[in-house]
Design a protein around this ligand. Structure first.
Ligand SMILES: Nc1ncnc2c1ncn2[C@@H]1O[C@H](COP(=O)(O)OP(=O)(O)OP(=O)(O)O)[C@@H](O)[C@H]1O
Length: 244
């Protein structure tokens, strides 16, 4: 469970995040949807303790991210916006390296790696050096790496960015599987169809503020629009920046 209470972050005169509050629950996929520059990445960075908020609080499974940052990090698996891999290492070695950083013993490390390689269908790339990997192969490796310590809460910044149709479908199924295991899955996207297809709850963010939140049905009901695309346009005030 991730709880966000009145987060603020400014860069000089730019108020990137201006009072964001929401909760992402266990056993649900929560989508943070907003146009380019809305403040999604900045919000997520504060959630996974990379950035300190100017104001506000984040709690993960009830733990405060500011005062208990290490415990919070252990409970989080993060796919950040930059998916840097160690290019001299194979996919498996990239994953194992993170397992060691998390202090996993050798047997747990091997079994977690194997489970993730199977679940993400990475058998063909596991022994390949990651230099030259396609975008989809890079994302898979980065996700496996993020989940190696079996976290209860998973944060993904635009996980399907740059993926083709098949890879996007596979990613959606994988996120549903994590949800069905009872985990808390939170991801950002500027693609409304993506969020509509996948999310149990949607948090719509624009200009650093939450402008609506709820299930797809609730958002449609709040706006009086028959379809979700029209509801988003209604909420945000324009369709600009919400790519199809
Ligand atoms: N490190 C930074 N320094 C200065 N301004 C920043 C920084 N990070 C973000 N911003 C600004 O904060 C605002 C929100 O950016 P953010 O990256 O959080 O948006 P986003 O919703 O993730 O957008 P996108 O969909 O384009 O990735 C933007 O105006 C951006 O230019």
């Amino acid at each position: 469970m991730i709880e966000v209470d009145d987060l603020h972050k400014a860069f000089g005169a730019v108020k990137a995040v201006d009072g964001v509050s929401f909760a992402a629950r266990d056993g649900e996929i929560t989508g943070l949807l907003g146009p380019n520059g809305a403040g999604k990445t900045t919000t997520l960075r504060m959630l996974y303790t990379l950035m300190t908020p100017d104001r506000g609080a984040v709690r993960v499974d009830g733990l405060d991210a500011a005062s208990q940052a290490d415990a919070v990090r252990r409970r989080l698996g993060v796919l950040p916006d930059a998916r840097g891999l160690y290019k001299r290492l194979t996919a498996r070695e990239n994953i194992e390296y993170f397992a060691r950083l998390h202090g996993l013993d050798a047997q747990t490390m091997r079994s977690r790696c194997e489970t993730l390689i199977q679940a993400l269908e990475m058998q063909d790339i596991a022994a390949r050096r990651s230099e030259g990997f396609s975008q989809g192969q890079r994302v898979k490796t980065a996700i496996a790496r993020a989940l190696v310590h079996d976290p209860r809460n998973i944060i993904l910044d635009e996980p399907t960015n740059g993926l083709d149709v098949m890879a996007t479908r596979a990613m959606r199924n994988f996120l549903r599987k994590l949800r069905d295991e009872g985990r808390c899955v939170l991801f950002s996207s500027h693609i409304m169809q993506e969020v509509a297809a996948l999310c149990d709850r949607i948090v719509v963010i624009a200009k650093g503020r939450v402008v609506a939140q709820g299930t797809a049905d609730e958002l449609r009901a709040q706006t009086g629009e028959a379809n979700l695309e029209d509801a988003f346009v209604h909420i945000i005030g324009s369709g600009e920046g919400l790519a199809a």
